[in-house]
Design a protein around this ligand. Structure first.
Ligand code: ADP
Ligand code: MG
Ligand code: MG
Length: 886
C-alpha cells in the first residue's frame, strides 16, 4: 500500500481534501506546495499506518521503511543534503497531525538527524558553531522527553545550574563551547536515567520519533481533548517528516505565527507575533516576549520592540501576499506558521483559524461582500450555537478573578450581584434596584419569580438539565448549577465555600459559560450586536422556510424576543403568571374552595390580573400569532411544600391550618409528571379554562380597541391523549368566546389546537385533527414527549444522563437535542397522520429543542411550520433554520 505521500516544489502527491489520510497539517502542506508556495520539502506517513501501528501492538508495519527511505532520499536531494551524512547532514522535523486540529495535544520533534558527528557537519556548513550546538541540545532535550520519556525538567535543571555556576543570565549569552559542555551533561543524564546512551544512529532516531508521534495519539492530553471535542478515537494521526528550516540562524532569521484576520474581532488585518533568532516552539513557550508583525499592532500595543513590517519590509510584503493567496484559495481566514531563514520566507503550516463568534460573523459577511463567498455560503459558515456567546454579557477576559469554586456551566453569560437565598428576597431586593444572585440548594417552580428577578442563579445541586439550568437558559439568565462545594444555610443567611464565609448582601460573580464562581464584582463586557450580525441574520431570514417564534410569558421576554426577531409567540405558559406573590393567594383560595361556587369566586379575582397579563403581551406582539396554553401544572405546585410555612399561609387564607394540610395531602402525587395536570385539570374543573379563555378574549378585545390591531390567537390544550378531551375543552372555549363576542359586540380571531406531548396523541393525531371540529393546529411539546416516550423524568434524570453519556448509551442528552430515532419518529408520525386528514395543518414545536440547532434541522426535515424557543435562542434558531433550508 501507498503509505508515504511526498511534497516538494516539483512534485506533490497529496491535496488539501485528503485530510482523512494525511491529517490536516500534511494535507495543507501538500496543498501549499502545489500552489508553488515556499514549503520545505517533506513527506507524510498516512493515518492508515497509525491504525497499523496500534493493530500491531505499537509497532511500525513491515514495508514502511523502504517507502520512508526513498522519500527521505528525495527530500535530501531537494535541499542538497543527505540524512545521516556527516558532511552535509539533512535535519528534519517529525510532526503530528490529525484530521481535526488538536493544537499542542500531540508531539513534534525538531532538528532530528543530529549526533556527535553530524553536528560538526552542520557547524561547518552553516559557518555557525553556536547555532549547530544550540540545535543539538534542543534536539536531545526534545527527543529524550518525547521519545525516551526522560522528564524535560531534568534538562532544564542542568541548564539552570550551568548558568548559575557560570554567572550567565540568559540563553543568548551562552557560547558554542558552553553548549558543547551542556550537551555532554545532557547525554550523561540520558545514560543515567535509562541505562543506555542517547541514540547516535540517525535511523534509530527517525523511526523512534515516528513511532512516538503515533504513540502520542493515545497520550492523556490527546485523549481528553478528543473527548471534549467529540473527535473519534479511531481517526488516528498522520506523521509528517519535513526538512528543517532554521529561524535560529541569527538576526536575519525568525519564526512566527499569524492569522490572516483578527481572530477576536474579525477585522481584516494581519494579526500575529514573531521572534528573531528563534525556533518554532519558542513563540508559544513564552520564553521571550514575541514582537508584533505589523506596525499598526505595535502602535496599538504601545510595544517597544519593532515590528516585522519595519525590520524586514521585503519579507513582510512577501508574507502578506502569501496570506492573501491562501485566503483566496481556502476562502477562509487562515492560521499560519512560518519561519524566516537568513531573510528567506518558509511556510510551515496553514489551517482555518479558530475565532470568536463575533469574528466568525464579521469574517463571513466580509468574505461574502468581497465576493469570495455567496450569501448562503456565508450563512453556513457561522455556527448557530456560537451566537450564544454574543447575546449575553460576558466576563472581561482581562478581569481579575478570585475564584471561589467551580460548578457546571449551565446557562451562558456572566452576572454579578448581591447574594440572596430566597426567591422572595430576590424579588424584594430587585424592586429596590439591587442586582442579585439567587443562591439555592436547588430551584423549584416556586422560585420562578425570584429567578426572573435575579441577575444570575447559583445552585449547589443539579446538573445541566436541572430545573435551575433549564429555566435559566429559557430566561436567558446566567446559571452555574451543581457547585457541590457550597454550604448554604438559608435560615442563617450564610454561604460557606472552603474558608470563605459569605452572607446575604455580599457580592459574587458567576460565569455561566465556564461554571466559575468568583468573589466580588468582576469586570464585564456588555453584548453589542454588530452590523455584521444584522446583515448575516438578514441573509439567514431570506433562506429559511420555517418560522421562528418564542416561548414567552412576560412582557419583558416578549419584547426581548421581538428585538431578536421572533415572529410570534409559540408558547405562553399561563401558570408562571399564577406564581406572582399577590396572585398566589387567590390561586390558593381557588384550590382550597369546597365547591364550584367557591372556585368561581376565587377565579373571579384572578381574571382581571390574567387579562392585564394578556393585554400587555398582545400589545407587544402587535398582531403576530400568539399561542396561549391553558393551565398545565398540578395544583400542588401552588401549595407550600415546607410544612413550616403552613400556619402563616393558612392564616392569610383564613382557613384552619389543618384544612390546608389536608388539601396538601389530598393533592400530593407519587408521580406528578404523569398525574393530575394538563387537560385533566381543565376537564375536572372547567371553570379554570373558562376563566382563562375569558381573560384571553377580553384582553384581545381591549387591545384591538386600544391599538386597532387584532390579536391572532391560538388557544392550546395541553396533555391531550384522546380526541374527547379536546372536544370537551374546545366546547368550553367556544362557548366562552361566543359569550364574550356577544357581551362586547367585538369579533374574535382565534383557533383552538393541541399540544402533542403524549405518545398516544402522536399516534392518534389523525383522530385528534380530523374535521372542522378537530384540532386546528399542533404544537409538539417535546420536553414532555421526551419524558413520556423515554419514560424518564427530566427532573430525576441527572445521574442517569451522566452515566448513560459515559457509557455511550445516549449520543447526546435527549433533553437537549431531540432523540431523532425515538421521539423524532413520533413527531414524524404525528405530522403525517395530522396532515393526512387535514392538509395544511399548522404544526410547530415549543419544547427546549426548538432552540437546538441539530433538532431544528430535524424539524425542518419533517416539515414543521415553525419552531418556538426561549427569547435568547431566537437568533440561533433563525440561523439554524436557514442552514437547514440550504
Ligand atoms: P503543533 O501541532 O504543536 O503546532 P508543529 O508540528 O506544527 O506542532 O510544530 C511545532 C513548531 O515547530 C511549530 O512552530 C512549527 O512551525 C515548527 N516546525 C515544525 N517543523 C519545522 C521545520 N521543518 N522547520 C522549522 N520549524 C518547524
Ligand atoms: Mg503547528
Ligand atoms: Mg408539557
Amino acid at each position: 500500500p501507498k503509505w508515504v505521500y511526498a511534497f516538494a516544489a516539483g512534485y506533490v502527491d497529496g491535496r488539501a481534501n485528503m485530510t482523512e489520510l494525511l491529517g490536516g497539517k500534511g494535507a495543507n502542506l501538500a496543498e501549499m506546495a502545489s500552489l508553488g508556495l515556499p514549503v520545505p520539502p517533506g513527506f507524510t506517513i498516512t493515518t492508515k499506518v497509525c491504525d497499523a501501528y496500534y493493530a500491531l501492538g505499537r509497532k511500525l508495519p513491515e514495508g514502511l521503511k523502504p517507502q520512508v527511505e526513498k522519500a527521505i532520499r528525495l527530500v535530501g536531494d531537494e535541499v542538497g543534503a543527505a540524512f545521516g551524512d556527516v558532511n552535509r547532514p539533512l535535519l528534519v522535523s517529525v510532526r503530528s497531525g490529525a484530521r481535526a486540529s488538536m493544537p499542542g495535544m500531540m508531539d513534534t520533534i525538531l532538528n532530528l538527524g543530529l549526533n556527535d558527528e553530524t553536528v560538526e557537519g552542520l557547524a561547518k556548513r552553516s559557518g555557525d558553531r553556536r547555532f549547530a550546538y544550540d540545535s543539538y541540545r534542543r534536539f536531545i532535550q526534545m527527543y529524550a522527553d518525547v521519545v525516551l520519556g526522560v522528564d524535560h525538567g531534568v534538562f532544564e535543571d542542568l541548564l539552570e545550574n550551568f548558568k548559575n555556576l557560570n554567572a550567565l543570565s540568559s540563553d543568548t549569552e551562552l557560547t558554542a563551547e558552553n553548549w558543547a559542555e551542556i550537551i555532554e551533561e545532557y547525554k550523561q543524564a540520558v545514560q543515567d536515567n535509562l541505562g543506555r546512551p542517547f541514540p547516535q544512529d540517525t535511523n534509530e532516531q527517525l523511526y523512534g520519533a515516528i513511532a512516538a508521534v503515533f504513540g502520542s495519539w493515545q497520550n492523556a492530553r490527546a485523549n481528553t481533548y478528543r473527548r471534549l471535542h467529540d473527535i473519534p478515537d479511531s481517526w488516528g494521526t498522520a506523521v509528517t517528516v519535513q526538512a528543517m528550516v532554521f529561524g535560529n540562524l541569527g538576526e536575519s532569521s525568525a519564526t512566527g505565527v499569524a492569522f490572516t484576520r483578527n481572530p477576536s474581532t474579525g477585522a481584516k488585518e494581519i494579526y500575529g507575533e514573531f521572534l528573531i533568532n528563534a525556533q518554532g516552539e519558542d513563540v508559544v513557550a513564552g520564553i521571550r516576549t514575541p514582537q508584533p508583525l505589523t506596525e499598526m499592532a505595535r502602535r496599538e500595543a504601545k510595544e517597544e520592540a519593532p515590528s516585522l513590517e519595519l525590520l524586514m519590509p521585503k519579507v513582510f510584503a512577501g508574507l502578506a501576499s502569501v496570506f492573501e493567496r491562501l485566503e483566496k484559495h481556502y476562502r477562509d481566514m487562515q492560521d499560519i506558521e512560518f519561519t524566516i531563514e537568513n531573510g528567506k520566507l518558509w511556510m510551515l503550516q496553514t489551517r482555518s483559524g479558530k475565532r470568536t463568534a463575533e469574528a466568525s460573523l464579521r469574517i463571513a459577511v466580509d468574505l461574502a461582500e468581497d465576493g469570495v463567498l455567496s450569501k448562503s455560503e456565508a450563512v453556513m459558515r457561522v455556527n448557530p450555537s456560537a451566537l450564544d456567546q454574543l447575546l449575553h454579557p460576558t466576563l472581561d477576559p482581562d478581569a481579575k478573578k478570585d475564584v471561589l469554586t467551580t460548578g457546571l456551566p449551565a446557562s451562558p453569560g456572566a452576572a454579578s450581584g448581591e447574594i440572596v437565598f430566597t426567591a422572595d428576597d430576590a424579588e424584594a431586593e430587585r424592586a429596590h434596584g439591587h442586582e442579585v444572585i439567587l443562591v439555592r440548594l436547588e430551584t423549584s417552580p416556586e422560585d420562578i419569580h425570584g429567578m426572573h428577578a435575579a441577575a444570575g442563579i447559583l445552585t449547589a445541586r443539579g446538573g445541566m438539565t436541572s430545573h435551575a439550568a433549564v429555566v435559566a437558559r429559557g430566561m436567558g439568565r446566567p446559571c452555574v448549577s451543581g457547585a457541590g462545594a457550597l454550604r448554604i444555610d438559608p435560615k442563617a443567611g450564610t454561604l460557606q465555600v472552603g474558608s470563605h464565609k459569605l452572607k446575604k448582601g455580599d457580592v459574587i460573580t458567576i460565569d455561566g459559560s465556564t461554571g466559575q464562581v468568583l468573589l466580588g464584582r468582576a469586570k464585564m463586557r456588555e453584548p453589542k450586536l454588530s452590523g455584521a450580525f444584522a446583515t448575516l441574520m438578514g441573509w439567514a431570514d431570506a433562506e429559511r422556510r420555517m418560522r421562528v417564534r418564542t416561548n414567552a410569558d412576560t412582557p419583558r421576554d416578549a419584547r426581548q424576543a421581538r428585538d431578536f426577531g421572533a415572529e410570534g409567540i409559540g408558547l405562553c405558559r399561563t401558570e408562571h403568571m399564577f406564581f406572582d406573590a399577590e396572585r398566589i393567594l387567590a390561586v390558593r383560595q381557588m384550590i382550597l374552595a369546597d365547591d364550584t361556587n367557591g372556585r368561581r369566586a376565587a377565579l373571579a379575582k384572578i381574571l382581571p390580573m390574567q387579562r392585564t397579563d394578556f393585554e400587555q403581551l398582545f400589545e407587544i406582539m402587535a398582531g403576530l400569532p400568539t399561542t396561549v396554553r391553558l393551565l398545565d401544572p398540578p395544583l400542588h405546585e401552588f401549595l407550600p411544600n415546607n410544612p413550616d410555612e403552613v400556619p402563616a399561609i393558612a392564616a392569610d387564607l383564613g382557613v384552619p391550618p389543618d384544612k390546608l394540610r389536608q388539601r396538601i395531602a389530598q393533592l400530593s402525587e407519587f408521580n406528578p409528571m404523569l398525574g393530575f395536570r394538563g387537560c385533566r385539570l381543565a376537564i375536572l374543573f372547567p371553570e379554570i379554562p373558562e376563566m382563562q379563555a375569558r381573560a384571553i378574549f377580553e384582553a384581545a378585545v381591549a387591545v384591538e380597541k386600544k391599538t386597532g390591531q387584532r390579536a391572532k390567537l391560538e388557544i392550546m390544550v395541553p396533555l391531550v391523549a384522546y380526541r374527547d378531551e379536546f372536544t370537551i375543552l374546545r366546547g368550553v372555549i367556544l362557548r366562552t368566546g361566543a359569550a364574550v363576542e356577544k357581551e362586547t359586540g367585538a369579533k374574535l380571531d382565534y383557533s383552538i389546537g393541541t399540544m402533542i406531548e403524549l405518545p398516544r396523541a402522536a399516534l392518534r393525531a389523525g383522530e385528534v385533527a380530523e374535521g372542522d371540529d378537530g384540532a386546528a393546529f399542533f404544537s409538539f411539546g417535546t420536553n414532555d414527549l421526551t419524558q413520556t416516550t423515554l419514560g424518564l423524568s427530566r427532573d430525576d434524570a441527572a445521574p442517569i444522563l451522566e452515566a448513560y453519556a459515559h457509557q455511550k448509551i445516549f449520543a447526546v442528552d435527549p433533553f437537549v437535542s431531540i432523540d431523532v430515532e425515538g421521539v423524532g419518529e413520533l413527531v414524524r408520525i404525528g405530522v403525517e397522520r395530522g396532515r393526512a386528514v387535514k392538509p395544511g395543518l399548522k404544526v410547530g414545536i415549543c419544547g427546549e429543542h426548538g432552540g437546538d440547532p441539530k433538532s431544528i434541522a430535524f424539524f425542518d426535515s419533517v416539515g414543521l411550520d415553525y419552531v418556538s424557543c426561549s427569547p435568547y435562542r431566537v437568533p440561533i434558531a433563525r440561523l439554524a433554520a436557514a442552514q437547514a433550508s440550504i
